[in-house]
Design a protein around this ligand. Structure first.
Ligand code: AQP
Length: 346
């Protein structure tokens, strides 16, 4: 039997992201200018792997409002982040790039998944505990159910894999649990996705406190933003916390220097830790930090140039984002339709 016309049209629109290859969903929150941690742990891999996977890249603005954020800042961050992703090499011709709130189906699916997710599972999420801080009662309900929205983001596209930093691994595991329990209760509906975790740079730490993750919503001196000018980069790296030892070696018990070496290695041309240690044998922290700053500046310079070009032409960026959403919409609508049927809403 031939498919109804509307379905055929939906299939055609969904073609560029059809599953000839594994489908990968990647999201990033517009809570500030992305940091070197976001770049090393996530964005550079997303850009490099566009020909390996069918990619869906999403600026997850609904996640950004789980914490207090000024409306003007959110609007600006969202556009800045979309432009930065393109500047970092996300190619809208090969991958779908769009803004989460432009696809209301994410929130619709999240609500249904909220209703089948035990609160006990959410209570185990360590990121909620970290983000909610001391006054947990004051944290928003959205922050608490954030992992379910993330599950909806992923499951709505029948995603096979999700590249994440170490910090988000638990959320992908929860996504698998939600998918598996839904499938068990209502019949096969969702693909159960696996996390992709990188060997190098999965967790870049804060410059001022290398026991904490580098985060874009933390204090200025703790991170390098992708839009920091060279002078700021040099200053932040020069001030980065190290220790009173002298050797420049990859020693996990010395988190400051270990973190800086990890950044140096991640932005290099594939040198091993031994090669890097040999390069800096007999040299001091000052010399190493200057070399690191040089490497960071050289990485960010072309990104910042491309970003300036993109932001000079807002209409083109808007069009790219609208196209991205149009490409994935049929797939999202199809999943939500099936889910609504399964649970009895249709
Ligand atoms: N420090 C990091 N090292 C390695 N990877 C990181 N990621 C984030 N920080 C690091 C990875 O970047 C992707 C997008 O992350 P996100 O912005 O959606 O959320 P996040 O992990 O909460 O990032 P931030 O910068 O810490 O944001 P805020 O301050 O708002 O909470 C993810 O794949 C993440 O693992």
């Amino acid at each position: 039997m031939s498919a109804p016309t509307t379905d055929r049209r939906a299939d055609a629109a969904a073609q560029p992201i059809r599953k000839q290859r594994e489908r990968v969903f990647s999201g990033i929150k517009p809570t500030g200018t992305p940091t070197l941690g976001n770049y090393i742990g996530a964005i550079r891999h997303w850009a490099a792997e566009q020909d390996i996977y069918d990619n869906i890249f999403c600026v997850v603005d609904l996640h950004a409002i789980t914490v207090s954020i000024e409306p003007r800042e959110l609007r600006q961050n969202t556009r800045e982040l979309a432009a930065l992703l393109v500047a970092c090499g996300i190619d809208p011709a090969r991958s779908a790039l769009f803004i989460q709130s432009h696809m209301p189906e994410h929130a619709e699916l999240a609500w249904i998944l909220d209703c089948v997710t035990p609160t006990g599972w959410l209570n185990r999420m360590t990121q909620f505990k970290a983000k909610a801080g001391e006054d947990r009662e004051a944290a928003s309900a959205g922050l608490y159910t954030y992992p379910v929205l993330m599950a909806a983001d992923i499951l709505i596209y029948q995603t096979d894999a999700v590249p994440v930093g170490e910090d988000q691994k638990q959320h992908v595991e929860l996504t698998r649990d939600i998918a598996s329990s839904f499938n068990h209760r209502f019949g096969e509906t969702f693909v159960e996705p696996r996390p992709i975790i990188r060997a190098v740079g999965a967790r870049i730490m804060a410059l001022d406190d290398p026991t904490k993750k580098m985060s874009k919503s933390e204090a200025e001196g703790s991170y390098i933003s992708l839009l920091d000018p060279p002078a700021a980069i040099r200053k932040k790296i020069a001030r980065a916390t190290t220790d009173s030892e002298r050797t420049i070696v990859f020693d996990e018990n010395r988190p400051g220097i270990f973190n800086l070496l990890t950044i140096y290695q991640a932005l290099g041309g594939g040198e091993t830790p031994e090669q890097i240690e040999a390069e800096f044998a007999g040299k001091g922290y000052k010399e190493f930090k200057a070399a690191l700053a040089q490497r960071v500046v050289a990485t960010l310079e072309p990104i910042q140039r491309r970003y300036a070009e993109l932001t000079a032409d807002p209409a083109t960026l808007d069009a790219l984002l609208a196209e991205g959403a149009a490409r994935v919409r049929p797939l999202a609508q199809r999943t939500v339709h099936t889910v609504k049927e399964r649970v009895g809403l249709l």
